[in-house]
Write a protein that binds this ligand. Sequence first.
Ligand code: ADP
Length: 166
Amino acid sequence: MPEIAVYPGTFDPITNGHIDIIRRASGLFEKVIVLVIENREKSPLFSMDERVKFASFATKKFKGVVVDSYKGLLVEYAKIKEIKTIIRGLRAVSDFDYEFQLTQLNRKLYPAVETIFIMPGEEYFFLSSSSVKEIAAYGGNVSGFVPEIVAKGLSGIRTTKRGKGL
Ligand code: ADP
């Protein structure tokens, strides 16, 4: 059985839903790498450094969990590190189509890799980074949805130009 798995994502920003997946994964694997990916399509609100900082702070309590970042294809990272297990979170039905395509593509690019899906606790089924950013942009309270360090980071963006146009 593989002892190491990678949990990739944009994590813009990391939410309590992501953390629930990380907690569950850390109970299954000796080492879990939370991999912050650049994501050219989503033009993230937070920089790579900020996203890594938030993820590192929010996951430091979990044994065997480390945070890394990569500006390239996930499968390239996995090949270089010889990782054969990818973890993804699965929420409501809407995630399925995208995750299904991604899994097939990754399998084509790296046949040895397997994707494992973990469902979060039901309180996280409808939680997403984009909804959290939307709430924060309108001055709503996000403290129940994200770690404290992220809530602070989001309150900062409302007062800067980055808070506009979300
Ligand atoms: P990506 O751009 O790669 O989808 P995200 O940061 O949006 O990056 O998500 C990373 C992974 O975490 C995805 O598999 C996504 O479905 C999952 N995820 C996001 N939010 C939640 C949540 N609230 N509960 C469980 N899984 C989630």
